[in-house]
Design a protein around this ligand. Structure first.
Ligand SMILES: [Zn+2]
Length: 195
């Protein structure tokens, strides 16, 4: 376990770990913020984001062993027969989860018109613009961000690799067939040789 994390529970077999800094941030928020719910709703974005990764990792048959939550970053830790493509798909899980929150907050804003400073108003406020900013930043193709892995799903080289392996497989099959035919011929010939 990374330094500074505290086990707070289990979810779907994964250990949920909360960083010491996040606990401090919550305490500060409770004491000093006039709108602590904004902070809690922002933290919920992180939780939902990591659960999005976990959902796709579970779907791919991986073992999700930990979900780590800190102040501004989190991690979904999983293991299994990892391939670059599978990891790229899991990277999209966090993004898609945030898109769901974005859609929910947009729908709530348009349909329910929550008042500013109300419970729903705070949640909608956190899940709209800040969520969108986090979503966009996280998709930049930089190391450490989901964008570094996510976009490789569309990289032509990964498509090429699939085509190449398919071509190789069909070539191998035709070579095997030819070898079998040669072997069959050789057997027939040796039969006549003995006679
Ligand atoms: Zn992520």
């Amino acid at each position: 376990m990374e330094r500074g994390f505290i086990r707070v529970g289990k979810f779907g077999g994964a250990e949920v770990r909360l960083h010491f800094f996040a606990i401090v941030a919550f305490v500060l928020l409770g004491f000093f913020s006039s709108r602590p719910l904004l902070g809690v709703a922002a933290f919920a974005i992180l939780v939902v984001h990591e659960l999005g990764h976990a959902a796709l990792a579970w779907r791919a048959g991986f073992e999700v062993f930990a979900i780590e939550l800190s102040v501004l970053q989190g991690a979904c830790r999983y293991r299994g027969n990892l391939t670059p493509r599978a990891e790229a798909v899991v990277a999209w899980g966090g993004v898609l989860a945030q898109v769901v929150l974005l859609a929910l907050s947009w729908g709530a804003r348009e349909l329910l018109h929550p008042g500013e400073g109300s419970f729903l108003g705070d949640v909608v406020e956190a899940w709209f613009v800040p969520n969108l900013v986090i979503l966009g930043t996280n998709l930049l193709p930089l190391g450490g961000l989901d964008g570094a892995k996510a976009w490789t799903v569309f990289r032509p080289s990964s498509v090429k690799a699939v085509v190449r392996s398919t071509v190789m497989e069909s070539r191998a099959a035709s070579i095997e067939r030819e070898l079998a035919a040669i072997e069959a011929k050789r057997k027939t010939r040796s039969k006549y040789d003995i006679n």
